[in-house]
Write a protein that binds this ligand. Structure first.
Ligand SMILES: Cc1cc2nc3c(=O)[nH]c(=O)nc-3n(C[C@H](O)[C@H](O)[C@H](O)COP(=O)(O)OP(=O)(O)OC[C@H]3O[C@@H](n4cnc5c(N)ncnc54)[C@H](O)[C@@H]3O)c2cc1C
Length: 476
């Protein structure tokens, strides 16, 4: 093997998990090289809202996350997650970051939820960029070499099964990078890989909000060297809007309203025929997708993909119907404050009556009229058929009326190579593949219900665990 580069540790992917692993390994006196597919790195981390979990009541947090996991993640891994993530604030502060609180559990009804606390790095912007810029500066300060525009293609395994390096590809061709101690895979999820999405996620049409570079490369590379995979059907999937010419979807804003938010509530969701099907405010942001992937076995289709959000003039005037400050489109498109530009582009359809609106978007006039009328009756009687909170029942009656198509979209995918509490990637028999570690969204610990801030909390926690353990491997 002709090695183009070599170091003790090779980290694949320059997002929060990769940066944290690289910083940790470097600070334990290991030399580190990073391979990054894009020009800048940042991945989903920079596109995110930047909140991360840092539990204070450890036993409560273990109970809470165990309940969310429904047995999908072994107890020792949850314990390790909670213990290590409880150091997240302290670790970032020790590097010089200012930290602010972001609140508590996103599923407060689940046992021991008061144990969960979330934080973010203080600063301007969407939160994710602030965290990302901070970690990037730490990498640069340490002069850790980042080979940008160099996607990793294949792991190199010796005849005893140990991972000894990686093949990357840059503008000049393929290069072999030797890892004297270990390789850490931290190259994100498969939000933009249609084949993996079709195989593992229901509904087929899952668009995504984050970085289009995340195409599940780490899954294929690790499978090729014998890794088991897990949590492939676990995602966090709020609602979003997708338009031609944009690779990523725009995160829906209306969909995030909860009964305690002071916003206009004159909106409902209807399926592609015009029927309302859910209490819109009962859906926790990250779990929304689950209400939209119902499959109709008679029609052989997913009748709620796409769905439509129907709203009236009071909502149009209340502010942008998307959150354009997070996600991949944040630097590409600035949504108008009163939604008028997007109405003129027909991204949002408008009409003076509900019947005309139905005609415009091509759905059943009678069904849509009935859905809106039934909802309005419930508003006036303060008694909604789907049980929506009476405080949020505002009739859809101020013309013009609007419709925007909406899809369940990915904040993340959680699946990838299975790992243990030491961040080692395992084969299907539970045995670590020597010299191979994983961290972050790739093979995440979140196998069922998801706690907001859980991914970045994991990037920081298992980034440190992977970096530390990889640095302690014997040099070959
Ligand atoms: C809009 C949005 C909001 C979110 N908000 C939050 C939040 O507030 N809190 C939270 O916890 N989570 C949030 N998430 C999820 C969270 O951002 C991600 O789960 C997390 O950032 C993943 O970090 P990572 O380091 O594992 O991967 P990423 O940050 O995605 O980094 C992966 C990197 O690997 C690179 N890469 C890919 N393939 C290769 C290859 N073959 N070779 C080399 N490099 C490669 C990519 O270019 C990328 O730079 C949000 C996500 C989105 C999209």
């Amino acid at each position: 093997m002709l090695w183009a580069e070599e170091s003790d540790i090779v980290v694949v992917g320059f997002g929060a998990a990769g940066a944290t692993a690289a910083i940790t390994a470097h600070d334990m006196d290991a030399s580190v090289i990073m391979l990054e597919k894009t020009q800048t790195g940042g991945g989903n981390t920079a596109a995110s809202a930047g909140a991360f979990v840092c539990a204070e009541d450890l036993s409560g947090a273990i109970e809470h996350i165990s309940a969310l996991s429904s047995g999908s993640t072994p107890r020792d891994i949850i314990e390790r997650y909670v213990h290590e993530s409880s150091r997240n604030v302290e670790w970032l502060k020790s590097l010089g970051a200012n930290i602010e609180s972001r609140g508590g559990a996103s599923l407060p009804q689940v046992t021991s939820s008061s144990a969960i606390k979330t934080y973010r790095v203080q600063g301007h912007g969407n939160g994710g960029e602030t965290l990302w810029e901070f970690l990037k500066q730490q990498v640069q300060k340490r002069h850790i070499s980042v080979l940008v525009k160099t996607p990793a293609r294949e792991l190199i395994q010796d005849d005893r099964g140990k991972i000894i390096g990686i093949i990357g590809e840059n503008a000049k061709g393929r290069i072999a990078v030797r890892a004297r101690r270990a390789v850490i895979l931290a190259c994100g999820g498969f939000e933009y890989d249609d084949e993996l999405k079709k195989s593992y996620l229901p509904g087929g049409t899952f668009y995504a909000f984050g970085d289009p570079a995340n195409t599940g490369d780490g899954i294929r590379m690790s499978q090729k060297v014998g890794a088991d995979i897990w949590h492939m059907n676990a995602v966090a999937g709020p609602l979003g809007h997708k338009f031609n010419g944009f690779e990523a979807a725009f995160p829906a804003n209306l969909a995030r309203q909860s009964a305690s938010d002071p916003f206009a509530y004159a909106f409902i969701y209807v399926d592609k025929e015009g029927s309302r099907f859910v209490d819109e405010l009962s859906l926790e942001n990250h779990l929304m997708w689950s209400a939209f992937v119902y499959f109709d076995p008679e029609k052989l289709e997913f009748p709620r993909i796409p769905s439509y959000i129907i709203f009236d003039e009071s909502v149009r005037q209340a502010g942008p119907v998307v959150r354009d400050y997070v996600g991949n489109n944040r630097h590409i498109y600035s949504w108008s404050k009163d939604n008028t530009v997007e109405i003129s582009k027909s991204w949002i359809e408008s009409a003076p009556s509900i019947v005309e609106l139905a005609q415009k978007i091509g759905i059943d006039r009678e069904l849509l009229t009935k859905s809106v009328e039934d909802y309005n009756v419930g508003c006036h009687q303060k008694n909604d058929f789907f049980g929506r909170d009476a405080r949020s029942l505002v009739a859809i009656e101020k013309p013009p009326f609007y419709a925007i198509s909406t899809y369940p979209c990915l904040l993340n995918t959680q699946g990838g190579p299975r790992r243990n509490a030491d961040s080692q990637i395992l084969d299907p028999f539970g045995k670590p593949i020597p010299g191979l570690y994983g961290a972050g969204e790739l093979g995440s610990i979140w196998g069922s219900m998801y706690q907001a801030g859980g991914n970045l909390g994991e990037c920081l926690a298992f980034g440190r665990i992977a970096g530390k353990n990889a640095a302690q491997e014997q040099t070959i």
